[in-house]
Structure formats: C-alpha cells, structure tokens
Design a protein around this ligand. Structure first.
Ligand code: ADP
Length: 501
C-alpha cells in the first residue's frame, strides 16, 4: 500500500513539475534576475515552499519592455496576418487544454484554490484564448460615406504596441489570458507581471505559449516581489503604450495617476462591493444557490463576490435559515482533495483583514450566526465560512470589499430602500438580484450602478460578455468584442482628391 502510494505521488509530481518554471521569460530566454535574487512561492494551505522564482528588478523589466518592443516591430510578428495570429492563439488554447490537469494542480498548490475550481478556471481562462483567437479576425474598420464627392473616409484599427499586464493572485490564469488573448489578437506584444503569490501558473502558461510557436519577445513574464518600481516603470516608459491592471483600487488609482503624464491607455479592473438583493418575489431556493456560488467561490476572494446581502422582510427568515444550513455543510481543507469547497485565504495580510473586519462587526453589535473565527487546527490561513446579520452600515464588512468567506446580511422593507443601499458605495463592479417579477427585474437591472448585473444568477463571467465596472471599480472592458478596444488605436485615413469621373 505504501509503495503504491509513493509511486502515485512520484508520477503526480512528475506531471506537476513538467510545467513548473523557476525562471522568468524575457525575449524567449528563461532567465534569472540580474540581481540573482529569488523569492519563495508558498502553498497557502500548508505553508510549504513549492518553488523559487526570480525576483526581478527594474533593469530586468526594462529588458522585457525592450524585448516586447523589438518583437512588436519584427517581421515575425508585424508581418503576420490576423489569421496567422488567430492560428497561434488556437494552438496555445489547445496546449492549455491538453495540460489542464497539470496547470490546475500548480494553481491549487500556489493559490489554495480547491482543485475543482482550479480545473474550472483553466477551462474559463482558456475560453478567453479561444474567444480572442476568433476575434482576431474580426477587428474590422469602417468606410464611412463621405460628405464630399472626391473623398473617402476610411477608419482602421491598429495595435497600440507594447502592453504591460499586471495581474492578481485570485485568478492566476484567467486574468492573464483575458488580457494577453486580447492584446495578441490585436497584434500587440506584452510584458506580464503576475502576482508574487501566484507566478508559477503564469510561467506555466507562458511555457505553453512558447510551445505554441508564439515568437520570442511577444510574451514576456517578469516575476518580482517588489511590484511598485516595476509598475512605475510600466507607467512612465514611453515604449509601453497601454497598461491593463486587475487588482486593488488603491494600486489601480496609483497606476492611473502615473499614466497621466504619458497619456497612456489604461484598463483597470478594480475592487467591487457587490450587492446581492433577494426580493420577496424571489425564488428563495435559487437565491440561496446563487448566494453560495457568488460568495464562496475561491473562498470569497473574487472581485465580483457578493459583498452585501440585502434580503426583504417577507423571505428573510427562510433565506437566512437555508443559507446557514448550506454554509455549515461546507467542506474546508487543503484544496488538493477533490471534495474540498473552501481553501485557505491567500496570505497573512488577507487573513488579518478578514478576521479584523469580522471583529469590527462584532464590536459594532452585529450578530455572528455561523463561523466568525480562524481555523488554526486546519491551517494558519484558514478562516471559517461566516454569516453576519444585522450589519450596521458603519461596519467595514458593509463599506469595504471583504475578499473572504463572510456573508453580511441586511434586512430591508421595499425596493427603493434596497436599490438606494445597493448604490450607496463608491464601487460599481457587479450586482445581483433575485426576483420573479418581470417589471421589477427591468426596473432594478437598470437602476443598479454597476457594470455587470446578475439577474437570478450568481456566476456571470463569460468570454462573450464584457467584464468591467463603473464608478471606482475601473475603466475599460475585458472579454467580449469590446475586450479588444484597449489594445487598438483608431486611425482615420482621409483619401482626398479622388477623381471618379
Ligand atoms: P491584491 O490586494 O488583490 O493583492 P494588489 O493591487 O496589491 O491587489 O495586487 C494586484 C497586482 O498588482 C499584483 O500583481 C501586485 O504585485 C501588483 N502591484 C501591487 N502594488 C503595485 C504597484 N505599486 N504598482 C504596480 N503593481 C502593483
């Protein structure tokens, strides 16, 4: 039995290690940092070190920008047709599909995400590669009827050049493919700066891009644990023509400011504070399903996670009772086991934030009806799935994005009150509501101040749909045909003095 187990582990490790890269990718070379420094990548479920990657410097990042610029201008990229680029993306897509299990294992090991969710993310993230492989051939221009007889008004879309992509740890693959897929489809080249918590997934997919025949320098990956100076370089370098960032509002604002001088294209996908409204007219069973999916995916660490649950008086008791039963049944542990639904929080900072927010709510006399504590017996970064009711509007769990497995419930009387409270935030990424009343559905969907609305649905992201926010949740859209817009410039060509007769 022991021998069988150990041979199983070895073969699993082989599969795992084949795609694990411990060097960064610049100009087609897998390299160390010029400082020779590295940093550790840890499994948040166990605290174990699972790899070391280069801690790259501003000098390294500059080389990556130079490589991306050179690749952008090279014949191997610029001379390609949209169909050629599409075919390369298709090859990348099929390689990611082929290695889905290995990538998912790497992702679970470095992010703590339950393995089934990691597999789901590979499918979801890879769908953007497929989508943009298709979109690459549809970046149409226009010929607009001219106001003058001897002119033609031609509008075409051209790639912006080098794009810097800064991505977070909560979707280590999808946030890269959603940006890089669009950028490459448009004809740009990229420098990716993945999160310091999850660089291994990024390097693994970059390896597959190389195998897919994407030319050297088109995708560069810079790993670092000191993001700020590299972020500043991206913003200030005239050779970087656009920045796409997914992460905290605080860092997004900093990047936005730093890009002002160079009037740089910026796409920002920042934090949310998603309302989840359950009206008396709702199908409560469906609302509970949606609440579980929206709140507990990735242990609540998604920017579209429902953050404030507003539940109408008539269905309040039923909704809370059913939700409590479901939350108590969640299986918590190391995400590598197939039956685990809740993994650890990503790091100590995140753990302290979540537990601090719950303590703040407790101090402000909210009711903690489930959870409300750390689970050190499982691991240092595990926090119990928690439900807090009677949440005062002054509590941090009400005003801020929790990014953890905490449900905050507020009772309301009527639709106007719910909509007003839902909109009473500077953020506007996603919003959800449950109602079987058609009139109410259209009224509320139009009034919610968010970029994305889930009506009777808790999981709404898809490659075909535009992802993005309003207010302080960001600018720009990812995915869908609009996802290309941030990577192209519109050029107007006036063809004058034409002789038609
Ligand atoms: P989170 O709270 O989700 O970790 P962050 O905004 O801190 O969000 O991180 C998202 C990404 O932004 C990561 O890749 C991180 O390394 C990077 N980052 C953090 N600080 C900066 C910065 N000052 N400039 C550029 N990138 C940054």
């Amino acid at each position: 039995m022991l021998r069988r187990l150990s041979s199983l582990n070895v073969s699993r490790m082989r599969g795992f290690s084949a795609l694990v890269q411990t060097k960064a990718l610049v100009n087609g070379n897998w390299i160390d940092s010029c400082s020779r420094q590295t940093f550790e990548v840890k499994n948040p479920a166990t605290g174990q070190v699972i790899g070391n990657v280069p801690d790259m410097t501003v000098e390294d990042a500059q080389q990556a920008i130079d490589a991306a610029k050179q690749a952008y201008e090279s014949k191997e990229w610029r001379a390609l047709t949209a169909k050629d680029r599409s075919n390369m993306l298709k090859k990348w897509h099929s390689l990611i599909e082929k290695h889905a299990q290995e990538i998912a294992e790497i992702m679970t090991a470095e992010s703590g995400k339950p393995i089934n969710e990691s597999k789901g993310e590979v499918v979801y993230g890879n769908a953007f590669v497929e989508w943009f492989a298709e979109e690459a051939r549809r970046i149409y221009g226009e010929i607009v009827p001219s106001g003058q007889p001897n002119r033609e008004v031609i509008v075409m879309k051209q790639p912006i050049g080098v794009a810097a992509l800064i991505t977070p740890w909560n979707f280590p693959l999808a946030m890269i493919t959603r940006k890089a897929g669009a950028a490459l489809a448009a004809g740009c080249t990229v420098v990716v700066k993945p999160s310091e918590d999850t660089p291994l997934t990024a390097l693994a997919v970059a390896k597959l891009a190389e195998q897919a025949g994407i030319p050297k320098g088109v995708i560069n990956v810079v790993t670092t644990k000191n993001a700020a100076p590299i972020g500043e370089l991206f913003c200030k370098s005239p050779d970087v023509r656009g920045i796409s960032f997914t992460g905290s509002t605080q860092v997004g604002k900093l990047l936005f400011r730093n890009c002002a001088d160079g009037i740089k294209r910026v796409c920002l996908e920042l934090g949310g504070n998603a309302p989840f409204i359950v009206f008396d007219s709702a199908n409560v069973d469906k609302a509970v399903d949606g609440a579980m999916a929206s709140k507990f995916r990735n242990c609540g660490q998604t920017c579209v996670s429902a953050n404030r649950f507003f539940v109408q008086e008539g269905v309040y008791d039923k909704f809370v009772t059913q939700l409590k039963e479901r939350v108590e049944a969640l299986k918590i542990g190391d995400g590598k086991s197939g039956d685990v639904q809740i993994g650890p929080l990503i790091n100590k900072m995140q753990y302290n934030k979540v537990s601090g927010f719950v303590e703040d709510a407790r101090d402000k006399k909210a009711n903690i009806i489930v959870g409300g504590k750390g689970l050190q017996e499982v691991g240092e970064l595990f926090y119990a799935p928690t439900i807090v009711t009677d949440v005062p509007t002054s509590a941090h769990i009400y005003t801020e994005e929790v990014f953890g497995p905490v449900v905050s419930i507020i009772k309301f009387k009527d639709e106007a009150e719910a909509v007003e409270k839902a909109n009473d935030t500077k953020r506007g990424l996603a919003g959800y509501f449950y109602s079987e009343n058609l009139q109410q559905v259209f009224r509320v969907a139009k009034r919610l101040e968010v970029g994305m609305v889930g009506v009777n649905e808790g999981i709404i992201s898809a490659p075909e749909a535009p992802f993005g926010g309003v207010k302080e949740s960001g600018v720009g859209r990812e995915g869908s045909s609009h996802g290309i817009d941030d990577y192209v410039d519109i050029k107007y060509i006036c063809m004058g003095n034409l002789k038609y007769d």
